[in-house]
Design a protein around this ligand. Sequence first.
Ligand code: AVI
Length: 314
Amino acid sequence: MNTTFAKDIKKGLTAEDKFLSSKYFYDDNGSRIFQEIMQMPEYYLTDAEFEILSLQSKQIVEALGFSEPFNIIELGAGDGFKTFKLLEYLVNEKIEFNYVPIDISKEAITILSAKLKERLPKLSIKPRVGDYFDILKEESKNNIPSLLLFLGSNIGNYQSEEAINLIKLFNENMNVNDKLLIGIDLKKNPITIQNAYFDNAGVTKRFNLNLLLRINREFNADFKIDDFDFYCYYNPLNGEVKSYIVSLKKQTIHIEKLDLEVEFNQNELIWTELSKKYSIEDIENLADEANFSVKNHFLDCKHYFTDSLWEKLG
Ligand code: AVI
């Protein structure tokens, strides 16, 4: 049994205001649904970041200012689809570098490596499966200049304090002058944001409810999916999209392997996800707090998204 997951379910479902963390969305099925989300026209984030890396790779590489061979270390590489454009540019320009994709999913890393070997045979790739920080610490010891990639607006899924702590941890495991390219979704017309998360086809609803199916499977629970719905809203005042699972009736759920019964009132919520949006000023404050200086913001043409380049200060 996954014991941290077990503890988190117990804690979240016995709390006054129920919650479950979106980090548990990504079992094999959830990862597949997330791929579907990234292909939805409403989910502009993926296209915007793809555009940045397709059209501005040259500028990004020039801004790095590395004069010797370097490492590109990608945290949570996933399918590596976006990164491909940056890698392709570097290979075509015959710039010497080594690509180190890190992911906790062995399956994701195997698929990514196979795909890259086929499409970019000249790429030097050193895939790693495991915990970001263990690997980052190891890599920083060999003193090769490094560019860390933390793309896809993953930082948006962390609450303010956690986001700062995570970036501070990146900083502690980097060398002075190393760079971080961080993908962040920007504040924009609230309707555009709302539509990206409350999609008409209900893909994001499936993504959320899959978490209940996962708990059924891994902990012998009896959530009936039809008795739950999905709700989310964007608050433009604080930049937060919050997502919830809604119990459609008063019901009791049994989670056998946790020896737990969970009571739900009609319309009771489980908070599942935060997807935070930032302004450029918010981003600069975040960098500042974690001892980085911001070198550039690379925006897409609609100014929906930024890949911001930060440098670790001495
Ligand atoms: C992975 N993460 C940045 C996505 C986001 O936009 O918060 C996950 C997601 N949730 C709903 N749609 C996409």
